[in-house]
Design a binder for this molecule. Structure first.
Ligand code: PMP
Length: 353
């Protein structure tokens, strides 16, 4: 490769997703997927769409899905004009970084956090002011009261799993009336409270969510954002300049059915939460420090074993967890909550400690 091309390539620092190994019989606890699988009603809706409609283009606006999402949040008075839908929340976030964050001032996000944020900053040439978490790995709202071009953080945060109460989210919103504050709620359904309840009170708030976690549809790629109509209109304009058909017919049909099956959703979230509490207790019995989590994973470290070593020993037994080779958290493991059997295999696999 010529110097020119290699310089061009090396300037781009892409996001590195968790591994998706092909081997059978793995206990795969590394990418925060939901072990329960999607609602049978989702499968039926996709099947019927597959049989009938694949030759037709999808609705470029995904209007029926926006209406299903608004109806689901009817208690908060959300209309379909306040909903944006995209191909996974990663794409929704990409549009937010492109179109809604000011590029003439640094944007604020925590360190440690979702590693896609710095990647988008690199790609869209956005400066950032990265704010360390507190000693106990929490977001301190006081740190988000400085000039900025926008603010983004996951709640619960990833990979720590720590949740920031809505009163603190409001504190950040009130201190930043002229900035877009994005709350990335990929994991909110496992015990947190959604900030969608605040959208009609704070025009600077944008909440993004995904169907990949609580609704077990990581493979379908559906995410959405809720905010005031102007912010959503701005996102629609970014989308129309990028890809008119972000969601295909199968994704739209499956996602609508997912919002209609509240019972399945609640059962799966309850199951994950119950197992998370059991895994936390069992890890603590083995000597781990486990951060309090409101997500479908736990973030844990052992006082006398390196994170990388534990991950390697688990891997030899076919159990995959996530280790981040990053300063400050290199002793931690992020462990997705799996089925009861998978979680028991994990605990057995740690017997060498
Ligand atoms: N936000 C956070 C904090 C995440 O951890 C993830 C999952 N990797 C996403 C957003 C993206 O989820 P998806 O694109 O599957 O909707």
């Amino acid at each position: 490769m010529s110097k020119f091309w290699s310089a061009l390539v090396s300037e781009l620092q892409p996001y590195v997703p968790g591994e998706q190994p092909k081997m059978a019989n793995l206990v795969k606890l590394n990418t925060n997927e939901n072990p329960f699988g999607p609602s049978p009603k989702v499968i039926a809706a996709i099947q019927s769409e597959l049989n009938d409609n694949l030759r037709l283009y999808p609705d470029p606006e995904g209007q029926a899905l926006k209406e299903a999402i608004a109806a689901y949040h009817t208690d908060y008075g959300i209309s379909s004009r306040q909903v944006f839908v995209g191909n996974g929340s990663d794409e929704v976030l990409a549009h937010i970084f492109q179109g809604l964050l000011k590029h003439d001032k640094p944007i604020l996000f925590p360190d440690i956090t979702y590693s896609f944020y710095p990647v988008y900053c690199g790609l869209y040439q956005i400066e950032s002011d990265v704010i360390p978490l507190t000693e106990s790995f929490e977001i301190n709202p006081e740190d988000y009261k400085r000039p900025n071009g926008g603010i983004i953080f996951p709640n619960p945060n990833a990979p720590t799993g720590r949740y920031l109460g809505l009163e603190h989210v409001e504190d950040i919103l009130k201190a930043n009336p002229d900035s877009v504050v994005v709350v990335d709620e990929a994991y909110v359904d496992f015990g947190g409270e959604t900030a969608i309840s605040l959208v009609n009170q704070y025009p600077n708030l944008l909440v993004s969510q995904t169907l990949s976690k609580a609704r077990s549809l990581a493979g379908l790629r559906v995410g959405f954002a809720v905010g005031n109509e102007e912010l959503i209109e701005a996102l629609n304009r970014v989308k129309d300049s990028f890809n008119s058909y972000p969601l295909d017919r199968l994704a739209l049909a499956g996602a609508i059915a997912a919002f209609e099956d509240r019972e399945w959703f609640e059962k799966c979230c309850g199951g994950v939460i119950e197992e998370r509490e059991r895994v936390t207790a069992e890890l603590e019995n083995l000597g781990f420090e486990v951060l309090p989590s409101k997500a479908n994973f736990v973030f844990a470290r052992h006082p006398s074993h390196e994170g990388a070593d534990i991950a390697a020993k688990l891997r030899e037994q076919g159990i995959i967890v996530r280790h981040f080779n990053k300063l400050r958290i290199s002793d931690f493991l992020r462990i997705t909550i799996g089925t009861s059997d998978q979680n028991s295999s994990l605990i057995k696999g740690l017997a060498f400690l």
